[in-house]
Design a binder for this molecule. Sequence first.
Ligand SMILES: [Zn+2]
Length: 694
Amino acid sequence: MTIRRLLFAVSALALLGALASPPARRIARAAPPATEAAGGVEVSGLDRSVAPGDDFFRWANGGWLTITEIPADQSSWGAGEMLAELTAKRTADLIAEAAKSPGPPGSNARKVGDTYTTFMDEATIEAKGLAPLRPALDRIAAVTDAPGLARALGATLRADVDVLNATNLYTPNLFGLWVAQDLDDPSRYSPFLLQGGLGMPDRDYYLDPSPRMAQIRDRYRAHIEAFLTLAGISDAGEKAARIFDLERRIAEAHLSREDSEDVLKGNNHWARTEFPIRAPGLDWTAFFEAAGLAGEKTFVVWQPGAVTGISRLVAGVPLDTWKEYLTFRAFSRAASCLPKAFVEERFAFYGKVLSGTPKLRDRWKRAVDATSAALGEAVGRLYVERWFPPSDKARAAEMVKNEIAAFGKRIDRLDWMAPETKARAKAKLAVLKVGVGYPDRWRDYTALSVVPGDALGNAERASLFEYRRNLAKLGSPVDRGEWVMNPQLVNAVNLPAMNALNFPAAILQPPYFDPKRPAVMDYGAIGATIGHEISHSFDDQGALFDADGRLRNWWTAEDAAHFATSAAALARQYDAYRPFPDASVNGKLTLSENIADVAGLAVAFDAYRLSLGGKEAAGAGGLTGDQLFFISFAQSWRKKFREPALRQRLLIDSHAPAEYRADTVRNLDAWYEAFAVRPGQKLYLAPKERVRVW
Ligand SMILES: [Zn+2]
């Protein structure tokens, strides 16, 4: 059982950006203008030489796939990336305006402008060299004993992970903190402690014996050495070997990705007093004091085995090795705000080796990311004022209403679900909180100070501000209106414990949502996404959380058994997809997302018909209304990958690659009718093989 609730995974590379988080994209090469039929469908993107029943992804996208090259600074390229690129450009323009007429000191516009301008000022960054990092390095150098080490480790703790919502399980710091509703008592927040400490995305990168992974490990060791050498540190080779070995041992202590995504394995409450007994080695008192958590009595320890194993390493590995490790971490975390040589060395490994991306993104793109990472909702507010009119919000809200109604009807019609479970499902649906565009209340950035000319300091203060904002939630009432995504992010998310959904303004744009085209196209694209996110509240994971967000299974054993049977069939369907001769999609890892894709598409189809009183939409460009719906769906999944990036996704992404997400259509009867798909065609499934979960 895996928990993944975003529409798209955030790339591991972006997560490894440490101080700057969300990925933005760039249009290096505009596609030729599309020939558009009256219905809003991009006809030139089709490839009519293949039969829809043989390869629907190619039929809907072959024209586009043929003419499109992945831009040099990208590891993948598709509908989401292009829209993210456009949105980044618009966001950059808004930020540049804020920089030009910055408003009064202390205002959000001034902070936004100053963050961006300071990040862009490479001359100052070069001139300062490593001086901005010196205080952090001095603190590490001053460590002489175990409590000092624990304090240094505790001071790195940040609110940079999220198990259920943004589903980011990665932190380069030794541990990561997530503050969220307690899963046993959703009326209060709890601190969740997660494993961390690796420089590469996952334990597999350290432990997988394949030659490819062994090669990546060699490159990583070389990268550590290069970094230390750039920093003027002596004996870089020996130190790099020790640092790598420490990380390898941390990786051995880590839980696997699949286990880490299992909420039933993660919800472990430890009293503060239990830490020295259950995880001896680290001086927990010093650690929690330095982390600002001295007053907390209970923690949720998501991966107990890892916390125990890592704590043992803290005591068992020589202090000097830990100091070398922390020094490298400090450089790596700060790299985006350091002189160019560090930026380029970092990209050489994380961009080229890990993702296969040939070219570093332009600085202004990275500056937009840094600004959005620091002042996400301040930027988001500027963004929605310019780009998300109330009429768009109203149109999207109307779609949400229809989708919820369609989902309710599907629950009523289910023959496998027990009546009492149906009643609970309907009750949960009734209190689902759907956020469209942006939050009702904006975040307050008063306490965040931005200093012109201090790029690294700004980034560090921003991540500390975010950390303290999360610490402040401990002991406060739970706010179900809090968003976990910025409005300028092209993505969508289900927040299971909050029983809430976020659809940021930026995803409510073409090709997902377009007020200028027939609504049937929107239902096929963003409608399927809305259905996808709603269904997460009611799937095998949603079954674990009741209407209040308490971790309490509300299904009967028979409901779960039926669901498991359908799920196993779907897992087999995806296991059979092989992007490479030596690598297939992991049907189990991607199961929850694939179920949500099937459910989302089915619900969106019903909602589109419901919006027209049950009738089919008008056709256009020689295509029927139902065909428009499915084409819009498949075109919303157009995407190309570089090979290393796709291989990385197969390992760590709980979403199937976009091509197979487009092939979800083969589970819907309506698709067979719309395209006259017949037995013998490659995507054909006999009616009893089509997976119908909802
Ligand atoms: Zn999902």
